[in-house]
Design a protein around this ligand. Structure first.
Ligand SMILES: [Zn+2]
Ligand SMILES: [Zn+2]
Ligand SMILES: [Zn+2]
Length: 155
């Protein structure tokens, strides 16, 4: 599937064209989320929403890169070019913790997400095998619930 970012980085689309793509996403039935349809990773999409900045070819080079986690922490992680899905940093799956702030636990080498009670739970998309943690039950999908259909902009 060709995305807006493919066209944009190849010089066949301009930043203004993104509106047409969003329009197409609204009308289409791709079953994709907006950021996927556009070809933007989760942090790239957030940056575009907040600051109207799109990635440059530099951002897509292979190698390690700075990336802003959900919640604002900036870490050095593998770059988008080296990423496989799902990825806690770039391509989070549609889990109920996705809007929770993330935190890189350097001591454990794991990304956690904080629930509304301030408890850190391992990110569901983190590859770490040892996910033992002091838990208040929120990461199992308790009272926060699972994402409701229709809340992601689809009709
Ligand atoms: Zn990644
Ligand atoms: Zn909690
Ligand atoms: Zn937990």
């Amino acid at each position: 599937m060709t995305t807006f970012m493919d066209e944009y980085l190849a010089g066949r689309a301009t930043q203004d064209d993104i509106d047409d793509w969003i329009e197409e996403w609204h009308q289409g039935d791709s079953g994709l989320e907006a950021h996927e349809f556009l070809g933007l990773t989760w942090p790239e999409y957030s940056r575009w929403v907040e600051r109207d900045e799109l990635p440059t070819p530099d951002d897509r080079r292979p190698g390690m890169a700075r990336v802003r986690l959900q919640g604002g922490q900036v870490v050095i992680a593998h770059g988008v070019a080296d990423c496989g899905r799902p990825c806690a940093v770039h391509w989070p799956s549609e889990h109920h913790m996705r809007s929770w702030p993330q935190h890189w636990r350097a001591d454990r080498g794991i990304i956690e997400r904080f629930c509304e009670h301030g408890i850190g739970h391992p990110d569901p998309d983190d590859e770490a095998r040892n996910k033992v943690h002091g838990c208040d039950g929120c990461c199992t999908g308790g009272p926060m619930g699972v994402s409701q259909p229709g809340t992601n902009g689809k009709a």
